[in-house]
Design a protein around this ligand. Structure first.
Ligand code: CA
Length: 239
């Protein structure tokens, strides 16, 4: 199997060379671009398995690149990890809603970056295998039981258990929990959670999502810390 290829679009030369070196030392092939337009061109030339995307870029911004990637069938499934400067949270939120898979804020720890890259590539690979299986059998599209440590969610009976003791959630809390578990550690923004939570019994607007999550955490008791608040951005399940 050939090495996985990573495209880094980053205008800070120091960061670009540091990240390239580290990823190469882990066996990845790396292409680098210092402007948005070069980055866009390299997506077709270098055919990457994953894109590391800075947001503030000369010529063409990271969000514009992301928009083009996600609207192009050939590239729509490439995992995108946003690497953004502090203070760009609102852009990060837009990026996640445009379909970025994860984000990391600068300055970052290089080992954390490598871990996130590995996790995204593993997930992309698992999803590709899943898709092959579903197209084979066309059944069992969703696993019926979601398990996270001692937490168990039966998505057929809508029941939730912690260490075999049932906990009772409202419809909104249940949908939020399932959305977070299904995202497998990916950050979900408030808007994404609102989309997931809207059901017959719920009218959910912006910050009220925080109230529902606080209540869900309370009911999770000793497992409350599995839901991590990502400040200014949203929520995720701690891996
Ligand atoms: Ca930049």
């Amino acid at each position: 199997m050939s090495n996985e290829r990573i495209l880094i679009i980053e205008d800070e030369a120091d960061i670009l060379s540091m990240v390239s070196l580290r990823l190469k030392s882990r066996g990845y092939e790396v292409c680098g671009a210092e402007t948005g337009l070069v980055g866009l061109r390299l997506i077709s030339e270098c055919n990457p398995d994953l894109i590391l995307l800075d947001l503030m870029l000369p010529e063409l911004g990271g969000l514009d690149i992301l928009r083009r990637v996600r609207s192009d069938k050939r590239y729509a499934r490439i995992p995108v990890l946003i690497v953004s400067a502090l203070g760009e949270e609102s852009d990060v939120v837009v990026g996640l809603e445009l379909g970025a898979d994860d984000y990391l804020s600068k300055p970052f720890n290089m080992s954390v970056l490598v871990a996130r890259v590995n996790a995204l590539l593993r997930r992309a690979c698992a999803e590709a295998i899943d898709n092959t299986h579903t197209s084979d059998s066309n059944s069992n599209k969703l696993s019926k039981v979601l398990i996270f440590g001692s937490l168990r969610v039966d998505t057929e009976s809508y029941q939730v258990f912690i260490s075999d003791k049932q906990i009772v959630l409202t419809g909104t809390e249940y949908r939020l929990l399932v959305a977070l578990l299904t995202a497998k550690g990916r950050v979900l923004t408030r808007n994404q959670l609102i989309d997931a939570a809207i059901g017959n019994d719920a009218i959910v607007i912006d910050r009220t999502i925080d109230v529902h999550l606080a209540s869900l955490r309370n009911k999770l008791g000793k497992m409350r810390d599995i839901i991590e608040t990502v400040r200014g951005v949203g929520y995720r399940i701690c891996q």
